[in-house]
Design a protein around this ligand. Structure first.
Ligand SMILES: *[C@@H]1O[C@H](CO)[C@@H](O)[C@H](O)[C@H]1NC(C)=O
Ligand SMILES: *[C@@H]1O[C@H](CO)[C@@H](O)[C@H](O)[C@H]1NC(C)=O
Ligand SMILES: *[C@@H]1O[C@H](CO)[C@@H](O)[C@H](O)[C@H]1NC(C)=O
Length: 456
């Protein structure tokens, strides 16, 4: 009964235009993944200033410990999550190495830069790399101990997972951590997260389960939903189902008190001709509705009245990312700071209108009638063909730093991670060092591991 009521209310909330209005009038905060596989991005201090003065984005997550970014975000009050390179995980199990890592990557910048969390690698279980996997939890603990020894007590340590951690299960309530990981990785990790009050990081991507027949369910459009027989909850959206699946899995292990953070999610606004789902309209639909679920405080059927710290992937379109056109078009912004689309994150959209907003997007008008019942209509679509092409972009060539760009370029050209199946641990700076270079591989395989969501 309660569950049914909740379902009804969440469904209603999701489908109403009030979503739009809510975002425009209610203060909420949102994070972004600030990837840098591009040669045309503004300097980190320009980015920090832009986010602080023009948007409501209050937290960033980066895929390394780029000192220019850490310096650029000093004294902004924007929190920063940094990432340990996948290949560095085994070595950092050693206490001295972890101490040096903290001394080199955290202490020079903290606390002027509000470093909030250290993500240890990215999607390590998904990498299939046994050495990384076996050292993952020991590395997390080792870095935590190093922080404690350095007298830093408010920087958390965790690691992001794909939904591939879940074993096949049709109903969210029945989702469980795969037995192969449950005892050896998740039991000690969840215990660590509980003891240190650190969050579980997950990267849910309904996008990678896209099929035309699933479109309504994935893009928050009206649909009859998926009924969960155990709870009598009907799920009308995949993102919500994914959140409840993760919750059910950790609850089954006795850790439902551990916070869940959405470390990555998003939708590309442009793709190759065979990626017709990559449109500005769909990116707006997905991100706007996802933000509503994550930040409204309504929560999900199994986690009512909760807010989820959320990091959209990604801040910028990144012109040097390998793979399909979609890979280079995940961004909320172009490198010149013009929005690819607006999902209510420009600060001018929060209550006060400002005609000089740099956004070509139309801010939702607070004067609009609250409940027209229609789906949000993304009228703000700029010409999707105007995304910067690698050629035009490279002309402006003002990357943060030459060596940073070179490193990013190297990660692309030397596609050990994106094309081979065997990501060997490599030293810092190597092809597998930048975890974001791994995401193309992850992207292409996620449809397989997410197959259970396609069944339902
Ligand atoms: C910094 O951000 C926090 C929220 O993360 C907020 O509570 C606080 O007031 C902010 N401080 C300043 C000086 O803006
Ligand atoms: C689910 O709902 C049906 C119809 O309302 C009801 O008969 C059934 O007992 C419910 N099951 C559970 C597990 O609540
Ligand atoms: C509007 O934005 C411009 C530039 O972004 C700024 O100079 C101006 O003060 C803002 N006006 C209001 C009313 O916020």
């Amino acid at each position: 009964m309660t569950a049914t009521t909740r379902t009804t209310s969440i469904t209603t909330a999701l489908l109403h235009l009030s979503t739009l209005l809510h975002l425009s009038t209610t203060a909420f905060s949102i994070g972004v993944n600030y990837g840098t596989l591009a040669n045309d991005l503004p300097s980190p201090s320009q980015v920090a200033n832009f986010l602080k003065t023009k948007t409501i984005i209050d937290s960033i997550k980066i895929f390394d410990t780029n000192p220019d970014i850490l310096r650029g975000f000093a004294n902004t009050n924007i929190t920063v999550t940094v990432t340990v390179g996948n290949g560095d995980i085994p070595a950092l199990v050693d206490a001295n190495a972890a101490g040096r890592w903290v001394a080199h990557n955290i202490e020079p910048f903290y606390p002027q830069t509000r470093i909030k969390l250290i993500a240890v690698g990215n999607e390590i279980l998904f990498s299939g790399n046994k050495e990384w996997i076996s050292h993952l939890v020991p590395c997390i603990k080792s870095l935590h101990q190093a922080l404690v020894r350095a007298g830093i007590d408010d920087v958390k340590v965790s690691t992001p997972y794909t939904l591939g951690i879940l074993q096949d299960s049709v109903q969210p309530s029945a989702a469980r951590i795969k037995p192969a990981y449950a005892k050896v990785v998740f039991a000690p990790m969840l215990e660590f997260l509980r003891q240190t009050k650190s969050p579980l990081l997950i990267n849910p991507y309904p996008y990678f389960s896209y099929s035309p027949s699933m479109e309504n369910y994935i893009l928050f459009k009206p649909n009859s939903g998926i009924h969960d027989d155990n709870t009598n909850i009907t799920y009308t959206n995949m993102f919500v189902a994914m959140m409840d699946a993760v919750y059910s899995a950790i609850k089954a292990m006795g850790y439902d008190d551990v916070d869940i953070v959405v470390a990555e999610t998003g939708w590309p606004s442009l793709g190759d001709p065979d990626q017709p789902m990559c449109t500005v309209e769909n990116a707006v639909l997905y991100n706007k509705n996802m933000i509503e679920v994550a930040t409204s405080g309504e929560g999900t059927p199994l986690m009512p009245n909760r807010r989820f710290e959320t990091y959209i992937f990604a801040l910028f379109n990144e012109n040097l990312k390998p793979g399909t056109a979609a890979e280079r078009n995940w961004g909320l912004f172009r490198p010149d700071f013009t929005p690819v689309y607006d999902v209510g994150i420009m600060s001018s959209a929060v209550g006060k209108s400002n005609g000089s907003s740099p956004s070509p997007a139309t801010s939702p008008s607070p004067a609009t009638s609250p409940s027209t019942g229609a789906s949000p209509s993304p009228t703000e679509s700029p010409s999707s063909g105007s995304a910067p092409s690698p050629t035009t972009a490279s002309k402006t060539g003002s990357g943060p730093k030459a060596d940073a760009s070179d490193k990013a370029l190297q990660a692309n050209k030397d596609d050990v991670c994106t094309e081979g199946k065997q990501c060997k641990p490599v030293q810092t700076g190597g092809a597998c060092y930048n975890p974001s270079s791994v995401r193309s591989l992850a992207s292409s395989l996620i449809p397989l591991i997410m197959i259970w969501f396609v069944y339902i």
